[in-house]
Design a protein around this ligand. Structure first.
Ligand code: PPS
Length: 570
């Protein structure tokens, strides 16, 4: 039986007075600007969430952890917590030297005495900690592409907590939670780790887990760094707050954990357990494929579905926190209730309903019904706000073509048609207008054209992110730059590339601005199509011909394409 210990845990912070003094002194130290992941790690080091660690790991601790999940003194610890830096930063340091650790705005959060400096074998770390040196694993990818090549280790002296402006009242240090549990008289607390929105099945299973363990419940979602592509934590926390109201009064609380997850499956489960133990919990729910990273590059799972539970079970006694199995809950239509799938005896005679994560995303994307039995209306409404159907999302229409091809004319006609329809704000970023307002200092060298297009792409991606329609109409002659803009925009919404395919001969024949003549005479240099290249789009969403076709018809073709893509309601 796990014994709860709610005595205060040791933190790495110095007193307020010492911190003020240290902060001034640390101003003269060489400083390292922490990455977002390092800030998460530092916060949990300083507040005791990573107890017994007293700083970023030494080489001996790191080796022990990588090889057999143990610190040099033999304590169980499954995850390397290292300060990765660049070679150039590491070169200038001497062992024994103090450095200042700053957040991204330059605020000094801590100092660290550098006792160790080494170049890790990243392939070994990947194999041993994450199970394979395969970059399909997000933490392995991070290790090879984001983490510095040198690790520094040494004790940390905490000056101040990282600043959070969001949900401040929902963030607790281990000692704050311990004090809360003491005050409430919660002797047994089961923690639920999550990085996803909660629906009815989660509410049922967590409440059951708490009942089974005769414990109170702590919903303990991760808001630091989770798996790329997850629902952002702002949306999730609003969802959690709605679900919290569904538990019987005073049985359950919620606190946000600023952890940077590694998605390391079994090792991660043990790590999560130790962190919850530090936060005063006695029980921890471990599910199927806990903290799973998805498929490897061969399309197979990195870990077995119950590896995390097995590893946790092996170590739970030593950890001092007990595992509660996650029950797979499904909705039984005939009885209109959630039941654990392995406890349903009349499985062949009842209708079992379930909606997968993929199906949920499809329904949100297409604006389809999400039934009441699956989730709470407040949660669905938050998710619908965050993931509106395509016909309410922002998008970018990106025209490209020679000067005088008709881009601006078609773009203007499209702008008017979309404004007539209403619903979303529309902005036209025409080549000439942009050059006057955003890029007035730029000329037409490759470098300048790229800068110009990237600026347009940035503005378009912001408009798209905020639910508007951006219409861009530059020449954008280079395929690689168009691709980069597509990537910028597609993070937030659709990118519709329209090639205005008027031939060079026709543009030159029209020569509306008289520029082709000047270009032929050599009076304008680097003129697209004459003395500068144009990469014809290979695979645009739409190609419009303008010769012998009315502008209105060209704009209408774009509208039809947008309808077909579900971006505007038909
Ligand atoms: S780019 O390549 O996308 O950055 O060009 P863009 O911003 O669309 O600007 C193109 C307009 O600038 C005028 N202009 C030139 N175009 C091409 N090459 C050279 N050297 C050049 N010098 C001036 C031209 O009028 C283009 O206008 P549009 O609207 O395309 O006809």
């Amino acid at each position: 039986m796990t014994q709860q210990n709610l005595a205060p845990i040791s933190e790495l912070y110095v007193s307020y007075e010492s911190a003020q003094k240290l902060k001034v002194e640390a101003g003269d130290l060489i400083s390292w600007d922490l990455t977002p992941r390092q800030i998460c790690d530092l916060e949990l080091l300083m507040n005791g969430g990573f107890n017994p660690l007293k700083g970023f790991m030494s080489e001996a601790d790191y080796d022990g952890v990588v090889e057999n999940m143990r610190l040099a003194d033999g304590s169980l610890w499954p995850m390397p917590i290292t300060l990765d830096v660049s070679e150039s930063f590491a070169e200038g340091l001497e062992l024994g030297q103090d450095i200042a650790l700053r957040d991204q705005e330059g605020v000094i959060l801590a100092t660290m005495t550098v006792t160790d400096r080494w170049t890790p074998d990243k392939a070994r770390e990947a194999e041993k900690v994450f199970g394979a040196d395969d970059e399909a694993h997000p933490a392995v990818n991070y290790l090879h592409h984001s983490a510095g090549n040198v690790y520094l280790g040494g004790p940390v002296t905490g000056i101040q907590q990282p600043v959070h402006y969001d949900f401040r009242g929902r963030r607790d240090t281990p000692n704050e939670l311990r004090a809360l549990f003491r005050k409430l008289g919660w002797r047994k607390v089961v923690a639920f780790q999550t990085r996803n929105p909660l629906h009815r099945a989660h509410q049922e299973l967590t409440f059951r887990a708490a009942k089974e363990a005769e414990a109170n419940l702590l919903i303990h979602p991760v808001v630091g760094m989770t798996k790329p592509g997850d629902v952002d934590h702002f949306t999730r926390v609003r969802c959690y707050e709605a679900v919290l109201d569904k538990y019987p009064g005073s049985t359950t609380t919620m606190s946000l954990l600023n952890l940077a997850m590694r998605m390391a499956g079994p090792r991660e489960a043990v790590w999560h357990g130790l962190i919850r133990k530090n936060h005063g919990c006695t029980h921890f729910i471990v599910g199927r494929d806990h903290a799973g990273p998805g498929k490897n590059s061969a399309g197979e799972d990195f870990y077995g579905p119950y590896d995390a539970q097995d590893l946790f079970r092996q170590h739970q006694e030593e950890m001092g926190i007990e595992m509660v199995d996650f029950k797979h809950m499904v909705f039984v239509q005939e009885r209109a209730q959630y039941e654990a799938i392995d406890e349903i005896e009349d499985r062949d005679n009842v209708t079992i309903l379930n909606i997968s994560g993929t199906e949920l995303r499809r329904r949100l994307r297409e604006g389809l019904e999400i039934p009441e039995w699956f989730s709470f209306p407040e949660v669905v409404s938050e998710l619908r706000h965050r993931y509106p159907p395509r016909s309410q999302q922002g998008f970018t229409v990106f025209f490209t073509g020679f000067s005088g091809s008709g881009k601006s004319t078609i773009a203007n006609a499209l702008l008017t048609k979309l404004m007539e329809m209403g619903g979303r704000p529309v902005t036209l970023l025409d080549g000439d207008i942009v050059r006057k307002n955003l890029s007035s200092e730029l000329g037409f060298s490759k470098e300048h054209r790229d800068l110009n297009i990237r600026r347009i792409g940035y503005v378009a991606s912001e408009i798209t992110k905020n639910g508007g329609i951006a219409i861009c109409a530059p020449i954008a002659p280079y395929a690689a730059t168009r691709r980069a803009v597509r990537e910028d925009v597609e993070q937030y919404g659709a990118f519709v590339e329209v090639h205005v395919a008027t031939s060079l001969e026709e543009c030159e024949r029209r020569d509306r601005k008289g520029l082709y003549k000047l270009a032929r005479e050599g009076k304008i240099k680097e003129f697209t199509g004459i003395s500068d290249p144009y990469d014809v789009p290979q695979d645009p969403e739409l190609r419009v011909e303008t010769e012998n076709v009315e502008v209105d018809n060209c704009a209408h073709q774009v509208i039809l394409k947008l309808e077909q893509m579900g971006l505007i309601a038909g």
